[in-house]
Design a protein around this ligand. Structure first.
Ligand SMILES: [Zn+2]
Ligand SMILES: [Zn+2]
Length: 81
């Protein structure tokens, strides 16, 4: 099951599990749409994997299958490589 991390690793923006706008790699490094496109250009800075849109988990499924509440954030952000 996907972890559905709660925020962008670069800018710490909230990424609700039931909304569009989150992008993940196969290891679930998680980024917002802006960072994915303008900073990372679709490739994960951590592992080199491709970033794809994270599927939403419907609100009614979150009760039994809660999203991760563990924030993963780089304090230095994801500036130009
Ligand atoms: Zn971001
Ligand atoms: Zn990654």
């Amino acid at each position: 099951m996907l972890q559905l991390r709660p925020g962008c690793e670069c800018c710490d923006r909230d990424l609700p599990p039931d909304q569009l706008g989150a992008f993940i790699c196969s290891l679930e490094c998680t980024f917002c749409e802006a960072c994915t496109h303008t900073v990372l250009h679709g490739r994960c800075r951590n592992c080199g994997g491709e970033l794809l849109a994270r599927p939403r988990r419907p609100t009614e499924k979150l009760g039994a299958n809660p999203a991760s509440s563990v924030r993963v954030h780089k304090p230095q952000g994801c500036g130009p490589a």
